[in-house]
Design a protein around this ligand. Structure first.
Ligand SMILES: [Zn+2]
Length: 83
């Protein structure tokens, strides 16, 4: 795992992603605890209130909210992910 430094953490590298960091579902984890390329699967919440899980790495590749993108129906409350 990459080492988080004051220079390489999500809060510093991608403040726009840090704003969508889920405030309660990630436990004690904060954008300052993960690197911008972390493969960790974490929770996000968009400005419309949709909640979803994705890796930090994918978010940095430009992947946004799957509900807003129409990839997941908003009706499906609990998104199913392949295990
Ligand atoms: Zn959304």
């Amino acid at each position: 795992m990459a080492i988080v430094t004051p220079q390489d953490n999500l809060q510093v590298i991608s403040p726009h992603l840090a704003r969508e960091w889920h405030p309660s579902r990630n436990g004690n984890l904060t954008p300052r605890n993960v690197t911008s390329k972390s493969g960790m699967n974490v929770w996000w919440v968009c400005n419309k209130g949709h909640e979803w899980q994705n890796t930090v790495k994918n978010r940095n590749r430009g992947t946004g909210c799957p509900y807003c993108a129409g990839r997941i129906s908003v009706k499906a409350k609990v998104p199913k992910f392949k295990k």
